[in-house]
Design a protein. Structure first.
Ligand SMILES: C[S@@+](CC[C@H](N)C(=O)[O-])C[C@H]1O[C@@H](n2cnc3c(N)ncnc32)[C@H](O)[C@@H]1O
Length: 217
């Protein structure tokens, strides 16, 4: 359990926020908090929306997607601190759109972390999709806003690769949250979150509540 989490208690997404348009919902969720770190894994809409890997595949109904304009228009710049870090998951096919999202949200691209998806035996997990190449990597773009805004000290020795196995559809590796907690300060906000992470504010329409913990005396 990261110690930093103690300073930023859980903030749930109240059901009425899900009735609002995404931009309004996010502003209402953030209240007066200005985030030093934002992590986002947007529900990008792909051209092929019927294939088995598509998020909105009818029978598998994983989650709704958003248009690029709706993603661009999220008021992230308004809820970010003057000095802030952004980590943005971006599919290889949408790199240009990912960089544009970063710019529209008020951040300047600086670097990236590569998630290399491996099998149990350490080899590349080639079960993914890809029209031109079989993708075994995903990119976590890193951008900043504000001057003199380097990563925290552990970031200077942090390598920019995570090599782990895949889990459920779209689920990102826990090592990404570990890395961000080491390298970027709180308060931290996760956009389009699904799985509870202690110490973060998490906004999205599928955020799970924290698991009950057994307290022994
Ligand atoms: C790519 S998934 C996030 C996966 C997550 N990072 C993980 O590791 O499990 C995108 C999420 O955005 C949510 N979403 C889609 N449209 C939304 C909206 N209008 N407002 C809030 N969340 C939305 C989806 O339901 C889905 O949970």
């Amino acid at each position: 359990m990261p110690r930093s989490g103690l300073r930023y208690p859980i903030r749930i997404v109240r059901p009425e926020l899900l009735e609002l348009a995404p931009a309004e919902s996010l502003l209402a969720y953030a209240e007066d908090t200005r985030y030093r770190t934002v992590l986002a894994d947007p529900p990008w809409r792909f051209q092929n929306r019927t294939g088995k890997m598509a998020p909105e595949h009818k029978r598998l109904s994983r989650y709704a997607t958003m248009t690029l304009d709706d993603i661009y228009e999220l008021p992230v710049a308004r809820i970010a601190a003057e000095q802030s870090h952004l980590y943005l998951w971006c599919p290889n096919a949408l790199l240009a759109e990912g960089l544009e999202t970063m710019r529209r949200w008020g951040y300047t691209y600086k670097s990236n972390v590569v998630w290399y998806k491996i099998r149990k035996d350490g080899g590349p997990d080639g079960r993914g999709v890809g029209f031109y190449f079989r993708n075994v990597t995903e990119l976590l773009l890193f951008g900043i806003r504000g001057k003199n805004n380097r990563t925290l000290k552990p970031g200077r020795t942090q390598t920019n690769i995570i090599g782990t196995r895949k889990r459920e559809h779209s689920r990102k590796p826990d090592e990404a949250w570990d890395l961000i907690e080491r390298c970027s300060p709180g308060p931290r906000l996760e956009l389009f979150a699904r799985h509870h992470r202690y110490g973060w504010h998490q906004w999205g329409d599928q955020v799970q509540p924290p698991a009950l913990q057994l307290i022994t005396t």
